[in-house]
Design a protein around this ligand. Structure first.
Ligand SMILES: Cc1cc2nc3c(=O)[nH]c(=O)nc-3n(C[C@H](O)[C@H](O)[C@H](O)COP(=O)(O)OP(=O)(O)OC[C@H]3O[C@@H](n4cnc5c(N)ncnc54)[C@H](O)[C@@H]3O)c2cc1C
Length: 479
């Protein structure tokens, strides 16, 4: 058994403070403005920095009528980690990696909830260990990854983050700390916490099953698909051969090239797969940084013309068909992480990320959604298509077997109408929207999208009858 503390690692200062917390001078010092990654729906709350378990318990005791919500790095897009007029618990100082069990058949890591996946990855790679599920950014905490039950490009092969959690310590509204496991004394509370958006309590620490890896590189196949039909057919037939699969698609070009895409699929590289020059340090973490985007962009920077030009360039620069390319973590997984605060390009109005899933059998409804988006005139450049595998038992977890599409839409006139039309198609197809990205659904639509909502609410009311844990999202959705 190997014991590791964050302070043993030279890179611990890479745990960055939440970049989205601002305290403008005009606001009383005890209140801060908070928003999500989409930079919309800013609200003010008291921000309590949690440094210890005792500090977390004390913050609960001091909570007023407006309650508390836990917050990680604020990388959810909407209002999930803010609590207007109440208290927001900033967990990012609970950032110790407590234990790495690197020996034996089933390696695990135990870490406090505020450890970012970025810091965790840097700590684990020297042991030849790999985090089984990584979302599109490493700037999320363990608490946030469990709270939203995040998924990666490998959902079809590995499931979502909650599947890999072996146990977690949860501080509940009564001030108790309960250790929960997927099949222990209270599995319902465990699974309500996974994907529970911080509404069952504060996750203090968790033990996560991790995987062995020989390298920090990937063997990647890239292929261009000329339209939506070709893309869906290629992914349907081939994804099982790859651990990771994702397609960027063009959401502005209409006509016969509608849905043209660049499909990127890969597997972890073994040392023998690497070129000789990379074999000396196969576990080296490569993550170049290209600086920070300042807050100087006008609201209409991302418009139909710029997005069309970007999309054309992006499609043309991708290889028509390339097999066996070795890519590092940043280029394969997290190109966006190399530019800090890139969301500033959307200007002060911000943007909305709409992510939905519909079952595989509903491919016609899926096609209608794509046609609606492309024909709407609302431009989106960052469009990601994946195929989900089976979901986990968590009643509020988003993934289910089916097609999932993500589009980033700048806030502009008529956007809510588009999203409401999409909601109708998604509900009609038995699908749903992802709460970690949401900032606009209403309670009735949520109920239609999440058929197990009552299971979640029953657990939530059992452990927190007075709704001490609440958030802007919870109030909006009447959770
Ligand atoms: C560029 C980008 C790409 C992304 N790509 C993906 C993707 O591919 N897949 C995906 O699934 N998601 C993706 N996301 C969303 C992101 O993974 C989730 O929103 C994640 O929850 C953010 O983690 P966080 O630590 O910032 O949590 P926050 O945003 O601060 O909080 C998210 C939720 O978790 C709860 N929470 C946070 N900490 C705790 C805790 N200690 N205890 C209990 N609850 C807690 C909060 O109350 C809130 O409800 C992406 C986000 C960005 C910005």
């Amino acid at each position: 058994m190997s014991w590791v503390r964050m302070s043993d690692f030279p890179d611990t200062d890479l745990m960055r403070p939440s970049p989205l917390v601002e305290t403008p001078a005009a606001i009383p010092p005890e209140l801060v403005e908070l928003h999500g990654f989409g930079r919309t729906a800013t609200t003010r709350s008291h921000l309590a920095q949690i440094d210890s378990v005792a500090g977390a318990i004390s913050a609960l005791r001091k909570a007023g009528d407006r309650g508390v919500v836990p917050r990680g790095l604020g990388s959810s897009y909407g209002d999930a980690a803010q609590n207007a007029g109440g208290t927001t618990l900033d967990l990012t100082n609970l950032n110790q990696i407590l234990q790495v069990e690197a020996d034996g058949e089933s390696p695990t890591v135990t870490a406090q909830a505020g450890v970012s996946l970025d810091a965790l990855m840097k700590a684990l790679l020297p042991f030849g260990l790999w985090i089984p599920v990584l979302p599109g950014t490493r700037q999320v905490t363990i608490g946030g990854a469990i709270g939203a039950d995040v998924h990666g490009k490998n959902h079809h092969t590995q499931g979502s983050f909650g599947t890999h959690v072996r146990s977690l310590d949860l501080l509940t509204a009564d001030g108790d700390v309960r250790t929960l496991t997927p099949a222990g004394d209270d599995p319902d509370l465990f699974w309500a916490t996974v994907g529970g958006m911080g509404l069952t309590g504060v996750i203090l620490q968790a033990t996560i099953a991790v995987q062995r890896t020989e390298s920090a590189y990937f063997v990647v196949d890239t292929q261009r698909c000329g339209d939506l039909d070709e893309l869906m057919a290629t992914m349907s037939q081939g994804d099982e051969d790859y651990t990771y699969s994702v397609a960027w698609f063009d959401a502005v070009t209409r006509g016969k090239h509608l849905g043209r895409a660049v499909l990127t699929r890969g597997n972890k590289a073994k040392v023998a797969d690497l070129p000789v020059k990379l074999r000396t340090e196969p576990l080296k973490f490569v993550a170049p940084s290209y600086g920070t985007v300042p807050e100087v962009f006008p609201n209409r920077m991302i418009n139909r013309a710029t997005v069309k030009a970007f999309s054309e360039l992006w499609f043309r620069k991708a290889p028509k068909h390339k097999v066996g390319e070795i890519q590092n973590i940043t280029s394969f997984f997290h190109p966006l992480d190399s530019v800090t605060d890139w969301n500033n390009v959307y200007g002060s109005n911000g943007f909305l990320q709409y992510q939905f899933v519909v079952p595989f059998s509903e491919h016609e409804a899926f096609r209608r959604c794509v046609h609606l988006i492309v024909g709407s005139g609302h431009p989106s450049f960052l469009n990601v298509l994946k195929r989900f595998g089976p979901g986990d038992p968590a009643p509020l977890s988003f993934p289910m077997p089916g097609w999932t599409l993500t589009v980033d839409l700048p806030i502009s006139e008529g956007l809510d109408r588009l999203c409401t039309s999409l909601d109708e198609l998604v509900v009609g197809a038995g699908g749903g929207c992802y709460l970690a990205k949401d900032s606009r659904l209403g309670p009735e639509t949520l109920r239609q999208m999440y058929p197990r909502l009552d299971d979640f609410l029953a657990v939530r009311h059992r452990v927190d009858p007075d709704s001490m844990f609440t958030s802007d999202l919870a109030r909006r959705l009447r959770l």
